[in-house]
Design a protein around this ligand. Structure first.
Ligand SMILES: Nc1nc2c(c(=O)[nH]1)N[C@H]1C(S)=C(S)[C@@H](COP(=O)(O)O)O[C@H]1N2
Ligand SMILES: [Mo]
Length: 256
């Protein structure tokens, strides 16, 4: 995300393969991830099938001891309000800066879409859900891993409070650095998928996604979106295009 050259190269690649990426099959199969049929996303098929079809229930990521916590670098966007970042957008980054300078008192996590009770949750609202802790390994596609402790609410608890409609199948996330991504309802209901506001015993620091980031312990690190702004529950898969993981050549499904 920070490497402008890499981004540009990817954009050229994606543009060059535009005809291939239009080969998305309409409709949806229970035996294939929603990106099935897109030549740029063939890897999704293998990992998603392996993890969804062969396993009887939620597979748990390994949890570690406090003594195993290691130093975790902050990478990608480390401050959406940084105007020198080439991807800075005033309507998001400017808002983020103002929220941050008021200690996120006015920050709200909007939850809408296929839910019975759409709403906007403050940090205090999220802290009222049962507090959970996980000490899990974060695996970045760039080749490093680190173990950290995360505190927060289960995404499942928050979504259930909003009243997930029976037709809902995907949970889409947007961040203050303009990134959009999604997970399916299976991962959203996973007992290690958290809305986190604490890290290693402290408030979540800005470079790691303050005030709240997603933590998906069973997928690669890039699925754990920082600087959360909005959640939209949908019945259908929504392809975020170049605002999503494919901008860096990353698959939508990234199970580990
Ligand atoms: N909003 C947002 N979320 C993000 C990123 C980002 O740049 N912006 N980078 C991703 C990647 S590639 C990784 S490895 C982790 C890095 O998290 P960290 O900075 O807390 O180590 O956040 C992920 N979530
Ligand atoms: Mo990453």
């Amino acid at each position: 995300m920070t490497d402008k050259k890499k981004m540009t190269r990817r954009q050229v690649l994606v543009a060059g393969l535009a005809s291939a990426s239009t080969l998305v099959l309409p409709g949806c199969s229970k035996d294939a991830p929603p990106t099935y049929g897109n030549l740029l996303r063939m890897g999704d098929n293998f990992t998603w099938r392996a993890q969804r079809l062969l396993l009887p229930s939620h597979r748990l990521a390994r949890e570690y001891d406090r003594s195993e916590i290691s130093s975790i670098p902050a990478i990608g966007t480390t401050d959406p309000g940084d105007t020198s970042n080439p991807y800075f957008q005033e309507e998001l980054g400017g808002v983020y800066s103002r929220l941050r300078h008021a200690d996120f008192a006015d920050w709200r996590l909007v939850i809408e879409g296929s839910v019975a009770r759409p709403g906007a949750y403050s940090l205090a609202d999220l802290k009222r859900f049962p507090q959970k802790t996980q000490i899990t390994r974060h695996t970045c596609e760039e080749g490093w891993t680190a173990i950290a402790e995360w505190n927060g609410a289960l995404l499942k608890d928050v979504l259930e409070a909003a009243g997930i409609l029976p037709t809902a199948r995907y949970v889409n996330f947007s961040s203050y650095d303009g990134w959009d991504d999604s997970i399916d309802m299976w991962d959203a209901m996973h007992p290690q998928t958290f809305i986190t506001y604490g890290m290693n015993g402290r408030e979540l620091p800005v470079p790691h996604g303050a005030p709240v980031r997603l933590r998906v312990a069973t997928q690669m690190g890039y699925k754990s979106m920082k600087f959360l702004r909005r959640i939209v529950v949908t019945d259908e898969f929504v392809d975020p295009g170049l605002a999503g993981p494919i901008q860096n050549g990353w698959s939508w499904y990234a199970g580990i």
